[in-house]
Design a protein around this ligand. Structure first.
Ligand code: CTP
Length: 397
């Protein structure tokens, strides 16, 4: 898959640095030529010799080293690289690149390259969630750098939360997907919905759900990188959409339906990853509801089932894909949704499983097709699942 590709792996200093050894090994098995640049703190975790042996190339650890016989100069790797992978990426290297600081070989080379750069962050969860780090990630994402979401779990420091380096297999898949992009969706218009809708109760309250929007945004990113023209219709979320896609923000199911119907005819592929509220308050109070009574009753009325409506007007040339978030009888429920809503494929997930569902960076899904075929996708990052979903949609076309 990666034959003839030059990949520079930047290893910065974190406990997950040892996993980069496995990543380099897997990249080589896929046929890539791999060059490793280590920050000086990374050398406290793994020795350059390990990376030299596993990559079969000299390892760069300091920009003031004498050039080696294979021409490691300041800029040589920046020019040679087809892709940069920074794994693990610490808050430090992310902060440096986001702020234009180039004071060692890794930061300098990243700054000098025109190749795509993927960051796979790994750090303590509080650091990862720190607004400074998040803002650096946002600003780098906005100018075209790619970030993988860290896995959630128990970290080496004993804290539980997001911050674990994604599995080496998922990282390598992401690298491969950057090359597979090959524009196989070029010329296709894709409409994706993401996030949850919210339904107002009064001017300050609403009914909502736990959808984070991560799956829909991952699909939008993956479709964009494969050359599609992407429209994303998004409920409220904290996520930053990648530049290059057309985003329309909505709040309620009715607003989502209007936006979707406006875009539907022009779309070749429609993926409804959004968690649409099935009901909304019958009446929205004009003023804030006061707590005068011991209890209050809200009457909810049914929202339109947008996907069902789309299934009715779908044209032969269009592919319609839905999601089914279930807590029981996964396959039966998903299959009946697929038939009822006239879908070409449904992505089913049991949201009660650890590592699957709404607010997770990973998911565990089954792809179910019209002909009854089922493909089981084990737990992996939502980015990796997005690629697999798109590949399967392409096969349907
Ligand atoms: N969907 C939709 N409009 C709705 C409800 C759901 O377009 N009002 C779409 C979702 O975007 C998703 C699919 O239908 O792609 C399935 O959503 P889900 O909430 O799992 O199922 P429901 O059809 O709402 O059925 P139920 O809540 O009874 O499981």
């Amino acid at each position: 898959m990666l034959k003839g590709k030059n990949i520079v792996v930047g290893v910065s200093g974190g406990i997950a640095a040892y996993k980069a050894v496995d990543i380099v090994s897997r990249l080589r098995k896929q046929g890539a030529e791999v060059y490793v640049i280590m920050t000086s703190s990374a050398t406290n975790f793994v020795t350059p010799t390990t990376f030299r042996e596993i990559s079969a190339n000299p390892v760069v650890t300091d920009m003031w080293d004498e050039p080696k016989n294979w021409n490691v100069e300041h800029i040589a790797l920046a020019t040679k690289a087809d892709l940069f992978l920074i794994a693990p990426a610490t808050a430090n290297i992310i902060g440096k690149v986001a702020n234009g600081i180039a004071d060692d070989m890794l930061s300098t080379t990243i700054m000098a390259t025109k190749a795509p750069v993927i960051f796979a962050p790994a750090m303590n969860s509080n650091m990862y969630l720190n607004p400074i780090v998040q803002s650096n990630i946002k600003s780098l994402t906005a100018i075209g750098y790619t970030f993988m979401d860290p896995d959630v779990g128990m970290l080496a420091c004993g804290v539980e939360g997001p911050g674990r380096l994604p599995e080496p297999s998922a990282i390598v898949e992401r690298v491969v997907s950057m090359f597979v992009r090959s524009n196989d969706l070029c010329g296709k218009k894709i409409l994706i919905t993401a996030g949850g809708t919210i339904e107002p109760i009064d001017p300050v309250r609403y009914i909502g759900n736990r959808s984070s929007g991560k799956m829909g945004y991952a699909l939008a990113k993956a479709a964009l990188s494969r050359g599609a023209q992407v429209t994303l219709i998004s409920g409220p979320t904290s996520l930053q959409p990648p530049t290059g896609i057309d985003v329309r923000y909505i709040e309620t199911a009715a607003e989502m339906q209007n936006a979707v119907l406006e875009e539907f005819n022009d779309s070749d592929i429609i993926i409804k990853a959004a968690a649409v509220a099935d009901y909304r308050p019958q009446e929205v109070a004009v003023q804030k509801i006061k707590k005068t009574g011991e209890s209050i009753t809200l009457t909810l009325v049914k929202n339109p089932d947008i996907l069902y409506e789309l299934g009715k007007i779908k044209k032969e040339r269009q592919l319609l894909v839905g999601f089914a978030a279930e807590t029981q009888d996964l396959i039966e429920n998903a299959m009946s949704k697929m038939t009822r809503k006239n879908l070409d494929m449904i992505v089913a997930n049991d949201v009660t499983m650890p590592g699957a569902g709404f607010n997770s960076n990973t998911n565990i899904v089954k792809l179910i097709f019209k002909d009854g075929r089922i493909e089981e996708i084990p737990k992996m990052s939502k980015d990796a699942i997005a690629s697999i979903i798109l590949e399967n949609i392409l096969k349907l076309g």
